[in-house]
Design a protein around this ligand. Structure first.
Ligand code: MFK
Length: 562
């Protein structure tokens, strides 16, 4: 009889996730954990069941832009995929954003909300993109104290009623710069009616179907640079079809996130309301950046977890050279390395989320606030890189099937690649982290956090991991101190290596702390294995690089090759 390989399968994505369940058992008070478990189990069932099946069935569909109707009217209608329509309803009804704002469990509500988002993400075809921006917009408006806008938009952004709920866009990127936002060209003109209208182009506006957007524009007469920009609220909810003053030039033809209707927009006089004064727009939109960067880390761990769940299932059924892949020592060695990366990324992401939840409920100390400011870029950049490398290996673990579109697997890698780019590239976030470190002593606070996590851990098998985590942080501190005094360009050149080292050191310390807890309370040694393996994967990547070598290899200077 002809042979046909069984596809990999998924079970309930909550019940199957040892890492999530063990983390929640440690991080949450027992009554909170008990109260949120049904909602997580329900989301886990959807994510491994009906939503996953719909995602596979909907694989080839993409959003479509119709610019004109039959009679020549400009309509700019975007039709999203079937999965996106279903994901929108599920996310709204299950409170994937709302849970954080309802605060049924105080600061722990952020953990609940992001656990829902984590379970939902990998079966949502990146519907988490508009959700991230919606969450970021709600947080930004609340931080602005603009009562009229808060009253108008926040109840809609945080609604559980699909008929009333809004999502938000975040229009920041222009042709002049995705990183250097201060070069934005969009102008805000004050009309005789006392209202502002925006004129310019947004080059990469994620999720154009949203009912509102937060965006940056320069009020006429303001100075150049980011301080001359102001944060504006744009409402797009009007009647179906064309949004007055916003033209959709085209949908972007992207490597991944192909279900997300990312567009290039012309702002042709769209009405806009200042959110928080008429300058310092980057500072005003910073709460949004911090929230969406946290969602980015959630996307990274959710993608890794999905890839590994599928790879494990496949390893159990795929027979090669006489046994299943699960019985091949080298295949298991590879999966173990990847699993440890995922677990480190998971714990760092949820540590950031715990702090975010406490910030929102006003229970952070000054030191913890500084720690949060540093952890967010570290988590975003480290987990995004891990996701790309883990998911590349996951595809390889399927051999040719990982490279074939209708298995649904290549999407995992393509959708991961954006995580290193949007919401700030690895290098931009590394420089952001370095700026924060040099400005406010947050590296001392991070070192104290690592020391705190390692305190009281007595398991001898964790000793090497403990040493590696604290040595890596000490190395980073010494290196930054030396370079800040002696070689600023060298310091900047090494910013990515330092940031990744700090991100990994923190991940390892969190793994050690969790492993010690799991051995004690769950009588489980799996988290111990993750800490040991993560340490073996390597933590400290700080190296001295001399400038001659870099310049010779980068080959960006025009000079004769001697
Ligand atoms: C599942 C995945 C979900 C993810 C969905 C994502 C959807 C995708 C949508 C997008 O990608 S939208 C585009 C996102 N774009 C970026 O993230 C821009 C990347 N560039 C940077 O982050 C640059 O570092 C930055 C634009 C911030 C630099 O600009 P500037 O002009 O050099 O600003 P500066 O001086 O660093 O900061 C201005 C003020 O903001 C300062 O405060 P002060 O005015 O009080 O001095 C900063 O401290 C403050 N600030 C900047 N970043 C901050 C912040 N404050 C708190 N947190 C931050 N992260």
């Amino acid at each position: 009889m002809a042979f046909y390989q069984d596809p990999p399968t998924l079970g309930n994505q909550y019940d199957d996730d040892r890492v999530l369940r063990s983390y929640l058992a440690r991080a949450l008070p027992r009554e909170v954990a008990a109260s949120i478990t049904p909602s997580l189990r329900e989301m886990g069932e959807l994510a491994g069941g009906r939503l996953y099946q719909l995602q596979l069935a909907d694989r080839a569909n993409e959003p479509k832009l119709t610019s004109w109707d039959a009679w020549g009217r400009r309509i700019d209608h975007v039709e999203v995929t079937e999965l996106w329509k279903e994901a929108a309803r599920i996310a709204c009804e299950r409170g994937v954003v709302a849970t954080a704002y309802e605060r049924a469990h105080g600061a722990f509500s952020r953990v609940h909300q992001f656990a829902l988002a984590y379970l939902f993400d990998a079966s949502s075809d990146v519907y988490t993109c508009p959700l991230a921006m919606t969450d970021g917009a709600a947080r930004t408006l609340l931080a602005s104290d603009n009562r009229a806008l808060i009253d108008r938009a926040v109840p809609r952004l945080t609604s559980r009623d699909p008929a009333a709920a809004w999502t938000s866009g975040q229009w920041m990127t222009e042709r002049t710069g995705g990183s250097d936002v201060g070069r934005s060209e969009t102008a805000a003109r004050l009309g005789p009616d006392g209202a502002y209208r925006l004129h310019g182009t947004k080059w990469f506006a994620s999720s154009t179907t949203s009912e509102m957007a937060l965006t940056l524009a320069r009020p006429e007469g303001n100075p150049e640079g980011s301080r001359g920009l102001a944060l504006f609220y744009v409402e797009l909810a009007g009647e179906a079809g064309r949004r007055e003053g916003v033209l959709i030039n085209r949908l972007k033809d992207k490597l991944g996130t192909r279900k997300v209707p990312t567009a290039e927009l012309t702002l042709d006089g769209v009405l806009a309301t200042p959110v928080a004064g008429l300058s310092n727009g980057v500072r005003a939109i910073a709460p949004m950046l911090n929230v969406t960067r946290t969602w980015n880390a959630i996307g990274a761990i959710a993608g890794m977890r999905r890839g590994l769940a599928l790879a494990r299932s496949y390893a159990q059924s795929r027979v090669q050279f006489g046994t299943t892949l699960a019985e091949k020592p080298l295949h298991m060695d590879t999966l173990a390395e990847l699993q440890a990366e995922f677990e480190g990324a998971f714990h760092l992401t949820f540590r950031a989320i715990e702090l975010l939840g406490r910030e929102e409920t006003g229970s952070l100390t000054d030191s913890e606030a500084k720690l949060l400011r540093l952890i967010i870029p570290l988590a975003k950049l480290t987990t995004a890189k891990q996701a790309v490398s883990v998911l590349s290996e996951v595809l390889e673990a399927f051999g040719g099937a990982g490279y074939v579109e209708d298995t649904g697997l290549p999407r995992l890698l393509r959708d991961a690649q954006v995580l290193t780019i949007w919401e700030g590239t690895t290098n931009v976030l590394a420089l952001d982290a370095l700026r924060v470190i040099l400005k406010d002593g947050s590296l001392d606070i991070l070192a104290a956090e690592v020391a705190r996590l390692l305190t009281g851990v007595v398991e001898p098998k964790l000793a090497e991991a403990e040493t590696s985590a604290s040595r890596a942080v000490s190395h980073a501190r010494a290196w930054i101190k030396e370079m800040a005094a002696a070689d600023r360009p060298g310091l900047e050149a090494g910013a990515r290596r330092v940031a990744i080292t700090l991100g990994r050191a923190l991940q390892l310390a969190l793994l050690v702390r969790h492993a010690a807890w799991a051995m004690d309370r769950e009588r489980s040694r799996t988290a111990l294995a993750a800490a040991i393996q993560f340490e073996r994967n390597g933590v400290d990547c700080i190296r001295d690089h001399d400038r001659d070598t870099i310049e010779a290899l980068a080959e960006t200077r025009q000079r004769p090759d001697t």
